[in-house]
Design a protein around this ligand. Structure first.
Ligand SMILES: [Zn+2]
Ligand SMILES: [Zn+2]
Length: 390
């Protein structure tokens, strides 16, 4: 008997009395039966296939704690389960194996997603980063679990340049996005009107429905007349348009049939189709010419407000992902210690502040321990040299 095989038997014997005699007989059962059992086990695993990764990871971590308590390693346990076969596995070993398989699948799946996401520009940028972070977290968890939570594995991962590069890549994307959001937000504030802009709904009024042209134009006393015009003359609607105060020589006159007031035609068209509350009235006497057209918030304002909301959402998502990265970085590089929390984000925040300062964007992050990230975005003015002025 080979050394490996004999050590497996030893391992199995150590499991006594958990194993039934039939479990030991499993070692010599025909292949067909093993396959049949394997199928039954696969079915059980399939039921758990869609469990969220964090539940798998939590359960697998509990398993490793139990292994450490029993002075066993993850790999030993797998070999043992394999050697015993799948018939009559003790329940704890069955659960262990199920979690192992599920975790393995989850990691393969997340790697596939992450690889696709990294290059697929059709996917939302935050979804892309999120998938990559989830994968990093899975890799971290799987390595920690496989190596039965060994410190050596933590040190190995800490020195892994590929892991570090991926962490930096994800952070860089988020820094770019947060800066882009802040920059655009600043521009939007200047574009958004202070009062809500309105626009009319439906077709424009046809001015000819409300009166008729005066042709020829009312005679306007020319030559020096202006010099002798009284204030009352200036308000004479038959001589001057009450909207623009120009004489009708400059634009055609139009007489309203309801109140007989004369108004400059082009001015009246603009007035009737304007957004003023009383645009349905004679601009001279306020007689109601028609019902007021329905108004709504202008499409330009809606577009700007929608963009503002989108920017808010983007900002929240980017910050949430940054938080996730910081947590992971602290697990890998900071031993999950309270003191090293926020260290990873700190570098990113410095970079965002630098860009805001250099480009005149008046936003910046300041330390705030009450915030989950340890930082708070504030509206600030940058003094010379990038010093914050509250
Ligand atoms: Zn006019
Ligand atoms: Zn009138």
């Amino acid at each position: 008997m080979s050394t490996l095989r004999s050590s497996l038997f030893e391992a199995i014997n150590r499991l006594q009395p958990e194993l039934s005699p039939s479990a030991q007989a499993q070692l010599t059962i025909p292949m067909g039966v093993v396959q049949q059992r394997r199928q039954a086990f696969e079915d059980r695993i399939r039921q758990h296939r869609h469990e969220p990764n964090y539940i798998l990871i939590e359960r697998a971590l509990r398993n490793t704690d139990e292994l450490i308590r029993q002075d066993r390693t993850y790999a030993d346990q797998l070999r043992l389960a394999e050697a015993i076969g799948l018939r009559s596995l003790p329940p704890y070993l069955r659960d262990f194996l199920r979690d192992h398989d599920n975790l393995h699948r989850a990691t393969v799946r997340s790697r596939l997603f992450a690889d696709t996401a990294a290059t697929n520009t059709a996917i939302d940028i935050f979804a892309r980063v999120e998938v990559r972070i989830i994968h990093l977290r899975n890799v971290y968890s799987l390595n920690i679990i496989r190596e039965t939570r060994s410190q050596a594995e933590r040190i190995r991962m800490r020195k892994d340049p590929a892991l570090m590069k991926e962490m930096h890549d994800c952070t860089d994307v988020l820094v770019d996005e947060i800066y882009r959001v802040l920059h655009r937000y600043e521009q939007l504030q200047a574009l958004l009107p202070e009062e809500t802009e309105l626009e009319n709904v439906g077709p424009d009024h046809n001015v000819n429905d409300f009166g008729s042209d005066i042709s020829p134009a009312p005679s306007y006393t020319t030559t020096l007349a202006g010099l002798f015009e009284t204030e009352d003359d200036k308000l004479d609607h038959t001589q001057r348009c009450c909207i623009c105060l120009d004489p009708y020589t400059d634009h055609p006159a139009f007489k309203l049939s309801l109140c007989n007031h004369v108004i400059g035609k082009t001015c009246l068209v603009t007035w009737l189709n304007g957004t003023a509350r009383n645009a349905n009235c004679c601009p001279f006497c306020r007689a109601e010419l028609c019902t007021r057209r329905a108004r709504q918030v202008s499409s330009r304002t809606i577009a700007l407000q929608t963009e503002e909301e989108e920017l808010n959402t983007c900002f929240a998502r980017a910050l949430g992902l940054m938080h996730g990265l910081d947590h992971l970085a602290n697990q890998i590089y900071g031993d999950d210690a309270e003191a090293t929390r926020g260290a990873w984000t700190g570098d990113a925040v410095v970079e965002i502040n630098r860009r805001c300062f250099e480009n005149g964007v008046n936003f910046g992050f300041t330390k705030d321990v009450r915030q989950s990230l340890g930082w708070r975005l504030r509206r600030i003015e940058w003094a010379r040299g990038g010093v914050l002025v509250a």
